[in-house]
Design a protein around this ligand. Sequence first.
Ligand code: NIG
Ligand code: FE
Length: 397
Amino acid sequence: MAANSVLFTGISELRTVSNGTLENAALATENGQITWVGEAAEAPEAAEVTDLGGRAVIPGWVDSHTHMVFDGDRSAEFEARMAGQSYEAGGIRTTMEATRQASEERLRKLVRGRLAACHAGGTTTVETKTGYGLTIPTEVLAAEIGAELCDEVTFLGAHVCPPEMDQSDYVELVAGEMLEAVAPHVGWIDVFCEEGAFTYEECKKILEAGRKKGLVPRVHGNQLGEGPGIALAVEVGAASVDHVTFPSDQDVELLAGSDTVATILPGADICTRHPLAPARKLLDAGVTLAIASDLNPGTSNTSSMNWCVGTAVLQGYLSFDEALAAGTLGGAKALHRNEVAGGLDASGRPAVGTLSVGCAANLHVLNTSHAVDLAYRPGMHLDYATYIGGTCVYSAE
Ligand code: NIG
Ligand code: FE
């Protein structure tokens, strides 16, 4: 028995996501990875035992789409929207101004606070984007802070054109010097392909430049209306196209025939009073689905994956297991962190999003014996503890 082995017992229900649900289960870990999963009665011995007291365990949420690095407040914009104004991409500039003025220390502190909230809500893997600096030094800083504190970082220089620049000059900058400076700190490149932000041609140019630097594309697409975002994502082999609130039938077909994950962001749909992305239709067509929070001050000021996943069940017509898989394994696929073999992802790291042997011991322990309560008891505080790589990062007690 290894000195650092831990056995988690008292699991009323273990939703592994990859290998179904076990009742009266136990799970063993060593060095941050899962070493055994099964019936409590057959559990191996371990150096330490943690009794979870009859609670349900699911994989930690994989929040594959957030905008963590920002300063400033847009509650007035939100209030005006609730009084009838519509959302426009230009609101991003308000946050850009506040973020440019924030000190490095302040930004770091803000991100740390947001991450603590993620952990308290059961999230164990977080992607963040740049995109509220929009100058070379401020985008580099956001990327550095993201790389230091989050799991995955995405360059989103193409969020909106900053007011001091001409659109075509800015596209040149993003695809050139800015990319050059940010690329060493990030693994992904994203574009906001939408009216009021960037066109298909501009986005394609930026994503192709990113590819040449070794960054994998992602796209914000079809958020505010039908448009070329989804088709572009499939064309460039993006890991994910996010929002997909307004896909055409052809877009759904394109996605179904591709490896591009469709990431739905119920927080953004609801907080902009848009219809929800057609999750049921996408899944029925054979599209791989992820659910993420889109935490940002403009369209989705929440990191609650419990709420996003619960909403996808209640209003997006997904079954609980489908939504659970989208918020865990789906997010892992969107970040290439899913299990490929032996619990490891394609780069040989412990995989996330599922609870099987070899995967990261990222656990979300619920303060209830049935995980479905995340949808059945909406808005209730159901988070009991969160473990990342076997280490407790949040405990309600
Ligand atoms: O994902 N769509 C682009 N970016 C964010 C919103 C940004 C903002 O309004 O500040 C989103 O919804
Ligand atoms: Fe976003």
